[in-house]
Design a protein around this ligand. Structure first.
Ligand SMILES: [Mg+2]
Length: 159
């Protein structure tokens, strides 16, 4: 595929533990994808102005930034996709009625079949097991896109 992959990543229980520490390997995989040219969406139930650290969304964006992770968009399509919408009338009209951004992969602790670790989470279900999900998505990206950099599969190679 010519277009770079787009990955949407949830915050609570996916990137961040209830005690405000990172979910193991989450930052490492997301950073490796970003460095390889993947477009990243922070896709979370947290609302508000992402530039205002006085609300939960702004605090999440800042939490990621402090760990070296910058997203291409927050709760919205990435600029590359937004640009496409402006050129394709039918797509644009559809998007006006949808709050779901386009992506190739969703990573969320609420996914029905998300592999979860046994670690406590705010939902009581566990947090995303990035050793499984990160490896899976990295393998898919390496196989389906011709990015300049091969993404390491093993999380221990990312630390
Ligand atoms: Mg969550």
């Amino acid at each position: 595929m010519i277009r770079p992959p787009v990955v949407a990543i949830d915050f609570d229980g996916t990137l961040c533990m209830p005690d405000n520490t990172p979910v193991p390997f989450a930052i490492e995989y997301a950073t490796a994808w970003k460095e390889a040219g993947v477009d990243l969406i922070l896709w979370t139930c947290r609302g508000g102005d992402p530039t205002d650290q006085g609300n939960w969304l702004g605090q999440a964006v800042q939490w990621c930034r402090e760990r070296g992770l910058e997203f291409d968009s927050v709760n919205d399509n990435v600029p590359r996709i937004r640009a496409l919408e402006g050129r394709v009338e039918e797509t644009r009209q559809l998007r006006e009625f949808s709050v779901k951004p386009y992506c190739d992969f969703w990573i969320d602790d609420r996914n029905a079949c998300a592999p979860l670790t046994g670690q406590a989470s705010h939902t009581g279900r566990g947090v995303v097991d990035w050793a499984i999900v990160g490896r899976y998505v990295s393998r898919q990206i390496n196989a389906r896109w011709s990015l300049p950099t091969e993404i390491p599969l093993d999380p221990r190679a990312l630390v």
